[in-house]
Design a protein around this ligand. Structure first.
Ligand code: SAM
Length: 286
């Protein structure tokens, strides 16, 4: 019990210590001049990772979700792909940046099967009745920006349907990072993009912080949480688990064929953490 409290306190302390860095990193999505830089970089460099997040999430989910939520959805690129592969599903997306949600609304042109809302992850709990429960919740490159990642993730986990899965993909802080150097493999094209990435890396979580947040979320909500680094959904290429994920989503092969060789060999793949939370309560396939 004493140990449990000590672990929880150290996670909270670490989160509190990163508040300023997170606020600075969020500025790149909030302010027009900087958000042009972040959009340009993200559209070019993170599109494959975004598509893989959806496909691996679908494979982990085990069956087509009837309700899917994308938290920190930006302009709705992941939801657009989700709509292509899940024409019948109810989709939802939230992001605290108003122009991002306005862009997503334009993208979907009033599709009644998509609920979009200007909202931070931490505030979703207040609207639980409006949003309901989800079979699959995805968080792509957003968790480390939240004001309170532990609180936000706990609230999201409470919104998982029985048997549901929450899959988080996020930038991992490089070990012994000097606070300045941007890893080559991240593909920054100019000084503005390097400034953007420097602030994102400064806010990013280290592996042990991911583990602390995952363990504490699981403890609070009675769910299972696992954190891994790199690979396919956190599993090394060629492993049985990666093979199962691969087999679970026919489109992964195509995605990896287009960028895969470069991706698998690059430092990008190792610079990402995968956090999977499953709500075992009354599994749908039980
Ligand atoms: C790097 S972008 C990723 C956008 C999108 N997930 C994608 O992959 O294209 C990070 C997003 O997280 C959003 N964000 C920042 N703070 C958030 C919070 N507290 N709750 C939810 N989303 C947040 C930002 O506004 C931004 O749209």
């Amino acid at each position: 019990m004493g140990e449990e409290i000590a672990t929880k306190d150290s996670v909270s302390q670490r989160i509190a210590a990163g508040a300023h860095a997170r606020e600075r990193a969020r500025g790149w999505f909030k302010y027009p001049v900087r958000s042009r830089v972040s959009s340009r970089y993200d559209e070019r460099e993170t599109a494959t990772s975004r598509s893989l997040c959806l496909e691996v999430g679908l494979a982990l989910c085990g069956r087509p979700p009837s309700r899917l939520l994308d938290v920190g959805c930006g302009g709705g690129a992941l939801l657009e792909r989700a709509r292509e592969v899940l024409p019948e599903a109810e989709l939802a997306g939230v992001d605290p940046v108003e122009p991002a949600i306005a862009a997503a609304e334009r993208r979907f042109g009033g599709d009644p099967g998509i609920l979009l809302s200007v909202m931070a992850a931490e505030d979703l709990a207040r609207q639980k009745d409006r949003f309901g429960h989800f079979d699959l919740i995805l968080v792509h490159l957003s968790l480390a920006l939240w004001n309170d990642p532990l609180q936000g993730l706990t609230r999201l986990t409470e919104m998982l349907a029985p048997g549901g899965t929450c899959y988080v993909v996020d930038l991992l802080r490089p070990e012994s990072w000097d606070g300045k150097t941007i890893p080559e493999g991240m593909g920054a094209a100019d000084e503005e993009e390097r400034d953007y990435l420097r602030d994102q890396l400064a806010a990013s979580l280290a592996m042990e912080e991911f583990r602390g947040i995952a363990d504490e979320t699981a403890r609070r909500t009675g769910t299972r949480a696992e954190v891994r680094r790199g690979g396919l959904g956190g599993h090394p290429p060629g492993s049985a688990e990666a093979g199962r994920i691969w087999a679970g989503s026919p489109r992964i092969a195509g995605l990896l064929a287009s960028r895969g060789a470069a991706l698998a060999g690059s430092s990008q793949i190792d610079s990402v953490a995968h956090l999977v939370i499953t709500n075992p309560g009354g599994r749908r396939d039980a």
